[in-house]
Ligand binder design. Structure first.
Ligand code: SF4
Length: 373
């Protein structure tokens, strides 16, 4: 079982109205350099030992593409000096429209970044404004062209469905435009409104409509039909790829492979326990500078339970024999009543030695997962 490495880069040009991630608006060059030094110190002082090679590195955020290539190189050098990295590692960087140049992209490529996770979100300028994304649809089109020109041949789009005021027709046009651009991978999310965000306040005060769950369900159905007809394979509830372009890094989260996270709010899983770092950037830097570690949470998890509800996210579901081999118990016997109820409701399917979500189960997945948590 190979491992993954996650690096959290918290800075963004501005804050989107729906965002509840650990992010900071880009303040000064000095702040960023101090943060990059801190993340490198965190890597060098890490207590984690990677038994097998790490074969994925993922720069997430925030907006990692605000880092220049010297800063990315500094981080990659720290990783390479501490861990054994596979020669064919998948190295992903999240990038937002209008945050890169041909020069910065060439720099990332030269350092080995071979996959871009591109935050398109929507091609609708009205919605981009509402979300305070800080870019328009044309920026997304131009940045995608830049990515291709720079040689990125493994690009994933993030798109959000269920935006306030978004009609089914607008969603279909978004999908059509994304498909026409032909990225290798698509991650498609339904909008979630998080307490404490400006968007939550706008919805509460009726300045934006409350999302309609029935419309969101229709959007999900349309998305499945359109993408599958266009040749994409759904390999996880929210993720689609052309054959062979599944995200190797994200798959590790669903198969419970070890992933070691560095940076503010980053989480790690070593195969037995989960760890989480401090969520506030200034405190994270201070902790690393004064105590070398910024870990604030360490907890043992119920691995069997997580294996089930994470595994059910995958298109292939769970291999019941593998479950028995790994945990020494029979999954069906353990949850007999619950599984029967879910099957009778048409939410799961049991076929030979596999248990998986049905198409309806993907729509109501939270109801299924709640049984196993
Ligand atoms: S770009 Fe992403 S991480 Fe940054 S504020 Fe917007 S949603 Fe949050």
């Amino acid at each position: 079982m190979s491992s993954g490495i996650y690096l959290h880069i918290p800075f963004c040009k501005s804050r989107c109205s729906y965002c509840d991630f650990a992010t900071d608006v880009w303040r000064s060059k000095d702040t960023v350099e101090r943060y990059v030094d801190a993340i490198c110190t965190g890597i060098r002082n890490s207590k984690f030992e990677i038994r097998n090679l790490a074969d994925t590195i993922y720069f997430g955020g925030g907006t990692p593409s605000l880092l220049n290539s010297a800063q990315v190189e500094q981080i990659l050098d720290s990783i390479n000096s501490k861990f054994d990295i596979s020669k064919d590692a998948e190295i992903t960087m999240e990038m937002n429209p209008a945050t890169v140049t041909p020069e910065s992209l060439a720099g990332y490529r030269a350092l080995g970044v071979n996959r871009a996770s591109f935050g398109v979100q929507t091609f609708d300028d009205r919605a981009l404004k509402l979300l305070a994304r800080g870019h328009d649809a044309n920026d997304a089109r131009m940045t995608f062209k830049m990515l291709r020109d720079a040689g990125f041949d493994n690009v994933s789009f993030d798109l959000i469905a269920g935006l306030p005021g978004q009609t089914l027709d607008v969603w279909q046009r978004n999908l059509d435009e994304a498909i026409a651009m032909s990225p290798e991978h698509l991650s498609l999310y339904l909008l979630e409104i998080h307490e404490g965000t400006p968007l939550a306040e706008q919805v509460r005060s009726n300045r934006q409509p409350t999302p309609d769950p029935e419309l969101a369900a229709e959007m999900y159905e349309v998305m499945l039909d359109r993408l599958i007809a266009a040749g994409y394979e759904q390999y996880e509830i929210s993720n689609f790829s052309k054959p062979g372009y599944e995200s190797r890094h994200n798959t590790k989260y669903w198969t419970l492979d070890p992933v070691f996270g560095f940076g503010v709010s980053a989480h790690s899983f070593d195969g037995r326990e989960r760890y989480a770092n401090e969520r506030d950037t200034a405190k994270y830097v201070e902790l690393i500078e004064t105590q070398t570690s910024a870990e604030i949470i360490r907890e043992a998890i119920d691995i069997a339970s997580e294996y089930v509800f994470l595994g059910l996210r995958l298109e292939g579901g769970i291999d019941l024999r593998q479950y028995t081999e790994r945990f020494g118990e029979d999954l069906i016997a353990k949850y007999r009543d619950e599984i029967e109820r879910l099957r009778d409701s048409g939410l799961i399917d049991i076929n030979v030695n596999r248990i998986k979500l049905t198409r309806k189960g993907k729509l109501y997945s939270n109801e299924v997962f709640a049984v196993f948590v």
